[in-house]
Write a protein that binds this ligand. Structure first.
Ligand SMILES: [Zn+2]
Length: 121
């Protein structure tokens, strides 16, 4: 991978990180507002309130997980490991990185991991 390509992924990852951080902050802010807004909570049943809280907590966890992936991808760019599969050590195809710039495994390893975890049920 050329330095230009690496730079492009870094810029893309930093932009994604900025927008996710903003989403996470806004979502936390609105969750806070919901707790304080007594009239709104009063109109919702307790179940509804708990449910919508669980949904926003789940979404926040998802965003936090994505931020973590972006953070480690940026670390791999800094250390020079970016674009190498952490599982088998092969190069991750550029086409995959263009779709998932935070990918840390090649397609084969990602598929093996997901089939291994889903075959349990
Ligand atoms: Zn691999």
């Amino acid at each position: 991978m050329t330095n230009e390509q690496l730079d492009q992924f870094r810029i893309q990852l930093e932009a994604e990180r900025a927008s996710l951080s903003k989403t996470l902050a806004a979502s936390k802010e609105s969750a806070k507002g919901m707790e304080l807004d007594q009239t709104r909570v009063g109109r919702l049943s307790r179940m509804d309130a708990l449910q919508s809280q669980a949904i926003s907590q789940g979404a926040n966890r998802q965003i936090a997980a994505e931020l973590e992936q972006i953070r480690t991808a940026l670390e791999r760019i800094a250390s020079g490991d970016y674009g190498t599969c952490v599982s088998c050590g092969k190069e991750i195809p550029l086409i995959r990185l263009e779709i998932y710039p935070w990918a840390d495994t090649c397609v084969q390893c990602a598929q093996r991991n997901s089939s291994a975890s889903s075959s349990k049920s």
